[in-house]
Design a protein around this ligand. Sequence first.
Ligand SMILES: *Cc1c(COP(=O)(O)O)cnc(C)c1O
Length: 361
Amino acid sequence: MARAYNFSPGPAMLPEPVLRQAQAELLEYRDAGASIVELSHRGPEFLEVAQRTEADLRRLLAIPDDYAVLFTAGGATTVQALLPLNFAAPGQAADYVLTGHWGKTAYLQAQPACAARIAASSEADGFTRLPPRAEWALAADAAYVHITANETIHGVEFPEVPEVGTVPLVADFSSSIASAPLDVRRFGLIYAGAQKNLGPVGIAVVIVRRDLLERAGQPRAPILDYRVQLAAESMLNTPPSWNWYMLGLTVRWMLDEGGVEAFAARNARKAARLYAAIDGSGGFYRNPVAPEARSRMNVPFFLHDPRLDAPFLEGARAAGLIGLKGHRVLGGMRASIYNAMPEAGVEALVDYLQEFQRRHG
Ligand SMILES: *Cc1c(COP(=O)(O)O)cnc(C)c1O
């Protein structure tokens, strides 16, 4: 079977040039006599990979110098657990805005280590909209305000960065980082697991304003301490070197393709095409999210009759379209259309949606 268009939410499709380069360098990295994954992380080859990756990521996302960049293991969920330990004093409040599954996860991960508060939530509406900013109950003495920039499961995205005053804004960008230009200065901290839009699973990126690292936080082991991690250049222990290398290739590919501006334009076209097909199906397909809050990255949709789900997925697979089954908490379908998904993939999906409807409508 040829490579399919993979709409999987994460681990997700990677750019083919990235996979080809990794394949070409797998047995021997440059003239090192071994694969990059077999070399010491303290050796010159890997240190060059690490430094180049950070420099490229800084260029891609226009990260200012007063922000540190950390590369961490344990995924986005571990970052969620470490946020209060590093940035909230014992018993200090931290405000969480819940717009879907991952905001709720962040809140639950923080609860044992701070006075996590739900400042706003759209759960009563099934996470199909954003809670209006005027209704957020923010505490002036909170350690930070946490939002999920893009909710990967519910398909809800902030169209712009909300204003939260002087309390640092912390944002989970796992599924939308590098999908469009971003003003890093609006945030105290940005984090992202790599496996949606930045590379393979096994590594996460934390971009943090350096002054926040001066906060005492709470008693924690050195390995859980972002100050210690930064001093050790994210190598206090053996880092996930293969994942870091793959992330580096992916970031380089994004720069070669024209950077975040180019992807923003492509992603807007892809999302518009797919939502138009769903909305134009006369109810055969349905996306429940309020139009102004719809994600450009993850498009959940439902067939009008769930008995059609199995034949829909079977036919999709036969048409070379995989990874469309929805998350178990929602059911239905979901098409994840990250940077690595070409416009031709979305065209193929739209063609399939229309063909399936003709046969079953
Ligand atoms: C996937 C995802 C997570 C969880 O990431 P892990 O790396 O599995 O811990 C958290 N937040 C968002 C927005 C995600 O998409």
